[in-house]
Design a protein. Structure first.
Length: 378
């Protein structure tokens, strides 16, 4: 229409005709432009979980590990080269049994030198004692001055000190010779060997790790901070060992840590009343805590994979809203199981959360549920 208007009004003007022709080309080209593409991203498909309901004090299973109630690391107090080390990992021993021996030649030579020094110091002391006795007799008759007697007495005291020093040096040499043999402190077994024969070791360098058989076994684990106030030292609980046919064992809470580990979990140690046959240090254990009624705040049971760890040990889950948009809900962990976790937070029965693959989605993202809705094929 614009073209014909220009043509009618300015028929005699070449300039107007050219302008109208350009406008017509622009309109024609605009009409041939492709339609804009749909850049809307398809919703992410997620595996979800519907919250069943609330529980109170029912999630009390914890993971732990069996350890020896009495264990220690053995090392020499003197340096040297290992001459004998035949004890290996898992082998048992009796209290006082030699486990490792250093080369004793050097310590025997030092002992012989100290014995000779002691004999020499003892002979010198005897000589000074006799000299002092003679001078004391002469001093009584007035043949020796008091100053001379004092000089002889001082020499006697010096000889006595040298003899005492030589005696102490001999005792130390004998002690070092004895310490070149590493003996078992109690009945037990070797848990780790940290040195080999012919190896030179320094003083206090670990050589063997051993565990005792006389005080049984403990189970070490971690308990959430929400349960700290409900546990009492000396209380009885149950421990299950999967490696021994899930045998249930009575255990007593022996220690409850005052400093948290990672994720605000506190260490606890349970002592087993009886050690079943076949138990070994390092075995995994399941701890069933016996908590007082209503001792735990109500929580909900969720899959372990639903937890999302943020900065500063903060945790949350991703709730699926009715409009299929994800939102983060902060939660506090009450108890941990093998595959489930009990948490408290603003969650209700019937709500849906992301159960798996939380690392691939984020709050505010649009999602669709696995197994529901139209399938997309590319």
């Amino acid at each position: 229409m614009l073209f014909f208007y220009c043509f009618k009004r300015h028929l005699s003007s070449k300039r107007a005709l050219a302008l109208c022709a350009i406008l017509l080309c622009v309109l024609l080209l605009g009409g041939c432009s492709p339609a804009p593409e749909d850049t809307t991203q398809a919703p992410k498909v997620v595996d979800s979980y519907v919250i069943n309901g609330q529980v109170s004090g029912s999630m009390t299973r914890l993971s732990g590990r069996v350890t020896a109630a009495e264990k220690t690391t053995l090392s020499f107090e003197v340096p040297g080269r290992i001459e004998t080390l035949t004890t290996d990992v898992g082998e048992t021993f009796s209290a006082g049994e030699p486990l490792v021996q250093l080369d004793k030649q050097r310590y025997r030579l030092v002992l012989g030198q100290r014995e000779a020094e002691l004999r020499e110091a003892t002979a010198a002391l005897n000589e000074k004692q006799q000299d002092h006795q003679r001078h004391a007799t002469l001093a009584e008759k007035g043949y020796v001055s008091q100053a001379r007697l004092d000089t002889v007495k001082a020499a006697l005291e010096s000889a006595r000190s040298r003899q005492q020093s030589a005696t102490a040096a001999l005792d130390l040499a004998q002690r070092d010779l004895n310490l070149s043999t590493l003996s078992a402190p109690y009945d037990g077994s070797v848990s780790q060997r940290l040195a080999e024969p012919s190896e030179r070791v320094g003083a206090n360098q670990p050589v063997l790790e051993v565990i005792s058989d006389r005080r049984g076994f403990d189970v070490e684990g971690s308990v959430p901070e929400t349960l700290i106030d409900t546990l009492v030292t000396g209380s009885r609980h149950t421990v299950t060992l999967p490696a021994l046919g899930n045998t249930e064992l009575d255990a007593t809470l022996r220690h409850l840590g005052s400093q948290p580990r990672s994720s605000n979990d506190y260490p606890l140690i349970l002592h087993l009343a009886e050690a079943p046959e076949g138990i070994r240090s390092g075995m995994t254990a399941q701890i069933q805590l016996s908590l007082p009624a209503n001792s735990q705040a109500p929580g909900v049971i969720l899959p372990m994979t639903a937890l999302v760890y943020g900065e500063g040990e903060r945790r949350h889950v991703l709730r699926v809203r009715d409009d299929m948009i994800l939102e983060a809900v902060p939660v506090e962990v009450l108890a941990l199981g093998e595959k489930q976790v009990e948490v408290s937070g603003e969650l209700s029965a019937g709500e849906r959360i992301v159960a798996k693959g939380t690392e691939f989605v984020r709050p505010g993202q649009s999602v669709s549920l696995l197994g529901q809705g139209p399938q997309r094929f590319h």
